[in-house]
Design a protein around this ligand. Structure first.
Ligand SMILES: Cc1cc2nc3c(=O)[nH]c(=O)nc-3n(C[C@H](O)[C@H](O)[C@H](O)COP(=O)(O)OP(=O)(O)OC[C@H]3O[C@@H](n4cnc5c(N)ncnc54)[C@H](O)[C@@H]3O)c2cc1C
Length: 546
């Protein structure tokens, strides 16, 4: 069987199928083929990880690809990210400092059942004239300098070949092109994960029956709609609800603190949870007859020397880069690389120049990746610190909403001139974020072991709500540039306030701004919470002690 195509996509998972749909929108006449080895439809629930989305991915799937109806009707809304920090032996959830919202954020995000979602993506591909070939195993890829690439595959035991102008590797960890072209890079971020799904809803809301703790979390604002993170030194545990009625759970830990050999089977994972997260262990043990799968992965962070080439090939999704699932950024980076690739391929198919852009986009994508990595690299040591982590998490959100999230949601990702105009601002933002991530480690060393309790309702923090809301603003180029400048000043001001409130004696290398559009004392309530002065439960307990 011999085929020809303008674009051949290797692998029909999340990255490959969504790229095919995006290409179809931008190049309606292009012939697009996706080769996927698995049989479709794939099973719901126990399929893949990558279930929790944040703003960029939700916007990409919902608005850019136009899948909002499916997402709103067939998937679950997400009540943001939610974190519980350690308290004592972690046997009482109500004693743990909680960071999360009681209201939904202005920009929606969702929990995706990956099996259900990939089945829908595949159906959309087929109904949009994309040649989606399932049960088709890629055997060999030949890349040529001229762009007449060839892929050899087998389908129903029969060999086949497809020649195409563009090849995009979306084969996930199989990473055809990265391996073949010698582009693999070892990541310095050494972390592991194990995950399992239950054919049951496991609700964190059931872990405490104190009415004060449950207040404000009724119906759709119940805590289980969030991606819940149970935090500890060097690790976190996730709980994600799926629309198929299942619950996804995972243990993620830096090897330096928790060896993967301590939780790489269901039995060991239960033992590990009993030690570090006893309430979660109880929930797991009482649902063991509902376990649907178990998987573990060592060193999940992957990097690549290059992802886009002027020789008409590209890499998207986990076939290229993946750093860390902590803030659920995997699908965001799929949105970024797919958008860059769509622009390059559209230009080429329309006879426009794409080669210089391929080089530029490759650099920008890597800059975004490495910029984002600083939020995770060497930071697992802080994860159990209830003084530093709430502030760091909100800082990381604001950086995301000020740079990559802002650029993508404002439709500026592929505007080369925007990068040229804002080069100085981007570099200042990058340096500032590096400084702050270093500072968080320093602050952690000074505060490790100090307990905190209570609840920080992030939906009540005006700056957090405003910055999230502003992602949706309709802006022209001038307004975009002004807002970008304001974002920078806001972060610099906040950085100064965080350092000043920490009591750590360090010189901050950037200035506070007095511009009226920049909020002052934006984290006052958080400092009050982590210092225990803003929390009725703590105050009551302290009063009892006196
Ligand atoms: C522990 C962990 C938790 C995560 N949690 C999140 C999260 O909450 N949110 C988030 O956004 N991201 C998360 N991610 C990242 C997310 O899982 C990935 O971004 C996403 O799954 C990558 O999609 P992909 O399409 O690149 O790869 P895949 O979904 O793996 O798709 C690759 C496809 O290629 C096919 N393939 C491979 N070899 C061949 C072959 N020889 N022939 C034909 N086809 C082939 C495979 O069958 C597969 O379908 C997480 C990652 C990890 C490790």
């Amino acid at each position: 069987m011999n085929k020809k195509s303008d674009v051949t996509i290797l692998g029909g998972g999340l990255a490959g199928l969504s790229l095919a749909l995006q290409l179809r929108q931008s190049s309606p006449a292009a012939s697009i083929t996706v080769l996927e080895k698995r049989a479709h439809p794939v099973p719901e629930a126990a399929h893949k990880v990558g279930e929790s989305t944040v703003e960029v991915a939700a916007h990409y799937f919902g608005n850019v690809l136009g899948l909002k109806d499916h997402i709103q009707q067939q998937q679950l809304p997400k009540l943001g990210l939610r974190f519980f920090f350690p308290a004592g032996d972690n046997s009482r959830i109500q004693d743990r400092l909680e960071l999360g919202g009681k209201r939904y954020a202005p920009v929606p995000s969702y929990q995706l059942d990956r099996g259900r979602f990939e089945n829908h993506l595949a159906d959309e591909c087929l109904s949009n004239g994309i040649d989606f070939c399932h049960q088709t195993k890629i055997e060999k890829v030949e890349i040529t300098k001229s762009g007449d690439h060839c892929v050899k595959f087998s389908q129903n035991q029969l060999p086949g070949q497809i020649n195409s102008k563009w090849i995009v590797d979306a084969s996930g960890r199989r990473a055809f092109l990265k391996r073949q072209l010698g582009l693999s890079k070892t990541s310095p971020h050494v972390c592991n994960a194990a995950w399992f799904r239950f054919s049951k809803q496991i609700k964190i809301d059931d872990w405490c029956n104190d009415a004060r703790w449950s207040a404000g979390h009724d119906g759709k604002t119940a805590r289980w709609y969030s991606t819940n993170h149970l935090m500890g030194r060097g690790y976190w545990v996730w709980m994600i609800p799926l629309s198929s009625g299942s619950t996804s759970m995972g243990i993620v830990a830096a090897e330096e603190f928790h060896s993967i050999s301590d939780f790489n089977s269901m039995g060991k994972a239960v033992d590990w949870l009993e030690r570090f997260e006893p309430q979660c262990a109880d929930a797991v043990k009482s649902h063991l007859d509902h376990v649907q799968d178990f998987r573990a992965i060592k060193n999940y962070s992957v990097e690549s020397k290059q992802v886009f080439s002027k020789q008409r090939w590209g890499i998207t999704g986990e076939a290229g880069f993946f750093h860390d699932p902590f803030y659920s950024p995997g699908s965001d980076f799929i949105a970024f690389s797919n958008s860059f690739l769509t622009d390059l391929i559209r230009r080429d198919l329309n006879g426009k120049g794409f080669r210089i852009r391929a080089i530029a986009y490759d650099k920008i994508y890597k800059k975004f990746f490495y910029g984002t990595s600083t939020a995770y690299l060497d930071q697992y040591q802080i994860f159990g610190n209830p003084t530093v982590m709430p502030v760091k998490i909100l800082w990381d959100y604001l950086v995301y909403w000020s740079i990559t999230g802002f650029i993508f949601m404002q439709g500026q990702m592929c505007h080369q001139r925007m990068y040229l105009r804002n080069m100085t601002k981007l570099s200042r933002l990058g340096k500032m974020n590096h400084f702050m991530q270093d500072f968080f480690r320093q602050w952690h060393r000074a505060t490790e072991g100090i307990p905190a309790s209570g609840c920080i309702d992030i939906s009540q923090i005006p700056l957090i709500r405003e910055m999230n809301q502003r992602l949706l603003d309709d802006m022209n180029h001038g307004q975009f540039a002004n807002r970008f400048g304001d974002n920078l000043l806001q972060l610099e001001t906040l950085g100064n306030e965080i350092v000043a409130n920490s009591g750590i004696d360090v010189q901050v290398p950037f200035q506070q701004s007095a511009k009226p559009s920049v909020r002052q004392n934006a984290f006052e309530t958080i400092f009050a919470s982590v210092n225990g002065t803003n929390d009725p439960v703590t105050e009551e307990r302290d009063a009892a002690l006196i």
